[in-house]
Design a protein around this ligand. Structure first.
Ligand code: 0X9
Ligand code: ZN
Length: 303
């Protein structure tokens, strides 16, 4: 049975999502976010509790990088809480928005990380005799190949031969474009480093609503730390981690001017890195959910 005391395979996660949607058909709709190069379905759900009346939408994307297993574990945990939790703060955010949650947006890479190479990051498109995959977080059209990305197929940050060259990113972009105008928030889950990152990755300039996002995010990481003392840092991508272009969040933020756009680098700070022990799934999920509650509370106080 599915729980959050161990990590799960792609098939286990997909079947759990399908089953949850079937059990809560009043609120959940399965979404086919497209197909991967190897023919897997990018499965997602739409959660809409109660009357829809033009609620703003929140999009959560996880495991765009194959080895970052904690991200899909947290995404499924949060999805489950949004459906079953009785906590009033969680119920409020569950019901205030329409949620689009995609726990594994790079299924081919994720399966490869489970079956062949635990530290695999990219997709699995064959590019040379020896080298496979593009970095799906360097493959989006905005500022594509403008820094922190490689044109070498063997590199772990290979941007691909052209924007949206990957079957998985192009089909996900197609879906995102259909809901983009409704999005209040786009949340991209990565690991590791304990950072909350703001757009954009090509420049250290503080663009769009940076000041408000910094303010809301600073409160969110303070609230995240309350439960277990986990310390995050916050800032613009290029200033805080490194220059990185062609990311999914930057594409959405630029195209739809999505008010809230954050990339999380979840636990830890490198002690275990990508191999975060499974007994940290639940604590990581709880503190991350605390921060999401905080983000939406702050946003609504300011608007
Ligand atoms: O390099 C990345 O893609 C992310 N770090 S990771 O260690 N998880 O690979 C940083 C994401 C930067 N985000 C955008 N440029 N949007
Ligand atoms: Zn990542």
């Amino acid at each position: 049975t599915f729980d959050w005391t161990s990590y799960h395979t792609f098939d286990e996660i997909s079947n759990w999502v399908r089953n949850l949607a079937f059990t809560h058909a009043d609120r959940l709709t399965l979404i086919n976010g497209g197909t991967t190069f190897q023919g897997r379905e990018i499965i997602g759900v739409k959660l809409s509790t109660g009357p829809e009346n033009n609620k703003p939408a929140v999009f959560i994307e996880a495991n765009i990088h194959a080895r970052e297993w904690i991200t899909s574990a947290v995404a499924t945990y949060i999805l489950n809480e949004l459906v079953v939790s009785q906590d009033p703060a969680v119920r409020r955010i569950a019901e205030a928005y329409v949620w689009y949650i995609f726990p594994v947006v790079n299924p081919d890479g994720f399966v490869h990380s489970h079956d062949n190479n635990r530290l695999w990051r990219k997709t699995r498109t064959p590019y040379t005799f020896l080298c496979f995959g593009a970095d799906p977080n360097r493959n989006w059209p905005y500022q594509w190949m403008q820094g922190g990305a490689s044109n070498q197929a063997c590199s772990d940050t290979y941007a691909g031969p052209n924007p949206l060259s990957e079957t998985s990113t192009s089909s996900l972009a197609f879906f995102i474009d259909t809901v983009g105008p409704n999005l209040l928030a786009y949340i991209s889950l990565h690991s590791f480093s304990q950072m909350l990152l703001l757009p954009y990755g090509h420049t250290t300039a503080h663009l769009d609503n940076y000041d408000e996002m910094l303010r809301i995010g600073t409160q969110a990481i303070a609230d995240l730390s309350v439960r277990y003392g986990t310390q995050y840092v916050i800032g613009n991508i290029a200033e805080t981690i490194y220059v990185a272009t062609g990311g999914s969040m930057d594409y959405v933020k630029d195209k739809f001017k999505t008010p809230i756009a954050y990339t999380y680098e979840l636990r830890d700070r490198g002690q275990n890195g990508f191999l975060l022990p499974a007994n940290q799934i639940i604590p990581t999920s709880l503190e991350t959910l605390d921060s999401l509650v905080s983000i939406f509370r702050s946003y609504h106080q300011l608007h």
